[in-house]
Structure formats: C-alpha cells, structure tokens
Write a protein that binds this ligand. Structure first.
Ligand SMILES: [Zn+2]
Length: 384
C-alpha cells in the first residue's frame, strides 16, 4: 500500500516480532527521554533521545539499509521518528507497536531501573516530569523534613509531603486531638479525639504512604529541644503558627543554615514565605528582619475570639508543602525574600518584597549568635 504522500507506510512490528528481529541482528533504538528510559527499557536497546537521533541520524545509524527498530513508550513517537528518518533516506525502519509498555506487558526482557514496582507505580506522575524524574524522586526519598505542628497548617502539608514521597517526616506536636480541631486539621478524625496529634498523624500518613517514615515527637518547640529537632533535616516547615515556635525556629534555622518555610493564618487571611537567611547571609531575610521581637502579649488578639476559616490553613499549608518540595528538589524559584499574602474573601494573592535587615540581631553577616529566647506562649490569631 502506498500512502497519500507517495511513500510506503512505516512498518510496525509487534513487540515479539521486534524482539525476534533484534535477536537476528536488528538495531533496537529507544527514542524516549533519558528520564523515561531510566525507569526501564527493552533489554539491549540503545537509548538515543528522539531529538538527537533526528538531528544527526548518520552519527547514530550504521547505514541507510541497516535494519533499525524504533521503540518509545506507547508507539506514537517511534512512528513519527521513523517517518522523519524515512524522508532522510533510511529504508529499513520499523516501529514497535505499543512501545515499551507493550514490550513489558508481553513479558519480553527488560533492563529495569534500580527501583521496586511500588516506587515506579506510586510516583509515576512525578517520574514523568523531567524536572523530577527518577533522580528527583530518589532525592525526595532520601530527604528529611521537620514539620512543627500537626494542626491546620501541618495537616495538608504532611499529607502532601508523605504522598509526594518525602522519605522521613519528623513531626513535632505536644497537643491532643480535640473536636474543635476537626473543622480544619484533616489529619485527625472523630475516632481519634483525645489521642495525641502525632499518633493520629502517624495513623493517617502511614495509611497514605507506608514508604514515608514518620518520626513522631510529642513535644512543643523550646530552646532546649529546637536544635535536636532540626538535626539532620533538609527543610523546616513552621506549621505551629505561634510566636514562641516561630522565633525559635527562625533563630535555629539561621544558626544551623536550614531553609524555613513559614506560614500563618488569621480569620480569612494567610501568608507564607521562605526564610533562608542561614544559607544566604546578607542577601535573604529572616523572620526577625521583619519583626525583630514578638508583639507584647496584651496587644495580641483574644484567642477565643479570633477564629479561622477552615479551608484557609489548607491553602497556606499546601503553599508551604509546595515550597518544601521545590527546595528539596532544587527546582523553581523559591518564595525567598517574598511574602505572599492571601485574602480568602477577595480571593487575591499579594506579594511583598522582603529585604534582609543589615542590623538584624540574628542573621546580619558576622553577627555572633545571640542565643535562644523562649517567649511566653500567647495566642495571636488563635491556635491553628
Ligand atoms: Zn534577619
């Protein structure tokens, strides 16, 4: 049959036919991107990404008459590559019908990545992203995150970090699940009222992703334990939304050079930022560059009156999880030196540029660490 363009249509072979041709000496070329091939490919296939092969086929192929079998994920791309090569004069081309998926499903020999089936299935949507891929997913699996607070901000953050495959999630909270938490703290359930929040979180997160190791620490952050909590972690998320924890985490993150993902909510408004002054002295701000000291307790709003729209910490906590994952992967533009403010009623985001304070008591370059301060616990915006 001659196609409309006057050329012979490209020959397609079933995976088993292709395998037989390969064994007879045909060259099998996998034209997928490197991050796709990293997850596994037909055994003894040669990986040459489509763009490279099409740009300079003579460099990769032995000759115009050599028998070449092209394979991709499902068979569409390899067919297109074959059409391009045919125009360039290659006469003995086949595309593998159904691609690597069909090859694998037919039980033909595969070179597999060094990951188990659960890993490749669970994280398949990450693995397909060139900016994450196998290397990024392995980096997430090797990463450790400290999340302070298993409440309104911590709940969505913890769920998505666990789902995303963060290897170790250290979760610190000394509180007990209360019925009034359930309006927003989605880690917890009616049945777990009265149990420690960290225990409730372990149950929820292990059910979602048993690969993520949860380190429950039933403590609130103090000057005594803050450095122990930060030990060995790559990113710190402040989901406590209270002044004592905020200042302790800020100061410890500056001292120990860890990025801090900040979030806070109040009624219908929330904000988030990344404070990374410890790793970027003099160029990135810390929280104290904005507010050197907490406000006096008497000026804080009455805790019982404050209230918070239940979905609001969900939005802010997910922004925090997003920033944490970007920091762990080293991709994108972090929310560093920027304060993102969210107004749920107007549904508007506003961004304010934050500059480091050259006189900051904690993060100014060459400043000696002043020591930790345990501020009195009081509530500005209600317990989240
Ligand atoms: Zn500072």
């Amino acid at each position: 049959m001659i196609g409309d363009n006057g050329r012979m249509p490209i020959r397609t072979l079933s995976p088993s036919q292709a395998h037989a041709r390969q064994r007879a000496g045909a060259l099998l070329i996998d034209v997928r991107a490197a991050h796709e091939r990293a997850l596994g490919m037909a055994e003894d296939a040669l990986g040459i990404v489509r763009e490279d092969l099409q740009a300079d086929p003579a460099r990769h192929l032995p000759g115009l008459d050599a028998e070449v079998l092209l394979i991709c994920q499902r068979g569409a791309r390899s067919l297109q590559v074959a059409e391009v090569l045919e125009v360039r004069g290659y006469r003995n081309l086949s595309s593998v019908d159904g691609g690597t998926d069909a090859w694998d499903a037919a039980g033909l020999p595969m070179q597999r990545a060094d990951v188990d089936a659960d890993f490749s299935e669970r994280y398949s949507r990450h693995l397909r992203l060139p900016d994450v891929g196998l290397d990024g997913q392995k980096a997430l699996e090797a990463s450790r995150v400290l999340l302070v607070g298993a409440g309104g901000l911590g709940s969505p953050a913890a769920f998505y970090l666990a789902a995303a495959g963060v290897g170790t999630l250290r979760l610190a909270d000394d509180d007990i699940v209360d019925r009034s938490n359930l309006q927003r703290q989605i880690l917890h359930t009616e049945a777990r009222i009265g149990t420690p929040k960290v225990a409730s979180a372990v149950a929820a997160l292990s059910a979602l992703n048993p690969r993520t190791r949860i380190e429950p620490i039933r403590e609130r952050v103090t000057s005594d334990n803050v450095e122990r909590l930060l030990e060995g972690v790559d990113v710190v998320i402040d989901g406590a939304d209270n002044f004592p924890a905020r200042y302790l985490l800020n100061d410890a993150c500056v001292k120990l050079a860890k990025p801090l993902v900040y979030g806070a909510v109040h009624r219908f408004e929330g904000q988030a930022s990344v404070f990374d002054a410890g790793r970027h002295r003099g160029t990135a701000p810390c929280y104290r560059c904005l507010f050197p000291e907490p406000p006096p307790p008497e000026s804080a709003p009455n805790c019982a009156e404050a209230g918070v729209l239940g979905v609001l910490p969900g939005v802010i906590g997910l922004l925090q999880a997003t920033e944490a994952i970007k920091l762990l992967l080293g991709i994108g533009e972090p929310l560093r030196g920027r304060l993102l403010q969210f107004d749920a009623l107007a549904l508007r985001f506003r961004e304010t540029r934050l500059l480091p304070d050259p006189g900051c008591p904690v993060c100014a370059p060459d400043r000696a660490f002043p020591g930790y301060v345990d501020y009195a616990a009081f509530c500005a915006g209600g317990e989240v």
